[in-house]
Design a protein around this ligand. Sequence first.
Ligand SMILES: Nc1ncnc2c1ncn2[C@@H]1O[C@H](COP(=O)(O)OP(=O)(O)OP(=O)(O)O)[C@@H](O)[C@H]1O
Length: 233
Amino acid sequence: MDILTARGLVMTYGSTRALDGVDVTVRAGESVAVMGPSGSGKTTLLHVLAGVLRPTSGTVDLAGTDLVALSDAQRTRLRRDDFGFVFQSGQLLAELPADENAALPLLLAGRPRAAATARARELLARLGLAGMERRRPGELSGGQAQRVAIARALVGSPSVVFADEPTGALDQATGREVLDLLTSAARAGGAALVVVTHDPGVARWCDRTLAMRDGRVVGEFRAPAPQHQVPLP
Ligand SMILES: Nc1ncnc2c1ncn2[C@@H]1O[C@H](COP(=O)(O)OP(=O)(O)OP(=O)(O)O)[C@@H](O)[C@H]1O
């Protein structure tokens, strides 16, 4: 089943065509890597698919709703209810412990604090952070902080998780571990994953890789081998 369908995306900044006619379909539960040289439009595509940016033209359909046609307030609500986000780093609130950071989307949606933090703690434990729930971001390693960010992205059971260079600030081994947890946790939660990355090894973790150049999708590769999957701890 297709969950997100973008057609004819164009995004211009002055004379720059950051997106130059992009069609993308994301199926429910699949993981899609977006790769390409610097400036090829990867982040712009991610932001347009996630309803963060409104394209100059084109449509983004999420289960029958065109994100482009929504008001800013409607898109904000849809992002909160249907999407999760993981960025390179620095997205956690420094003054909040891990469980409250991870519970934040539920708290903002008005869920009772006890239920929200219980759900966050369950995810943190599945991501290998049992016992660290009350640590603040400054008391966690970079890889541990990214796991908290993954828990936060998944806590609201989103249909799609968007990740922009989620391992960019980590060393290679930790990055691979975090990427593995991100794809496994998204799969376990039934969420599709769209991940922008420079790491060529990412194809091993994702079902498909889209190659971008000059604002266009110029190639698509399927994972060559059976999925590398490590069960969640
Ligand atoms: N807010 C903006 N204003 C003007 N130009 C922009 C803006 N955002 C992006 N661009 C331009 O659009 C093009 C695509 O940028 P984008 O950030 O999507 O590329 P990218 O592939 O993600 O690059 P990188 O790998 O370096 O992060 C670039 O030429 C960039 O300079």
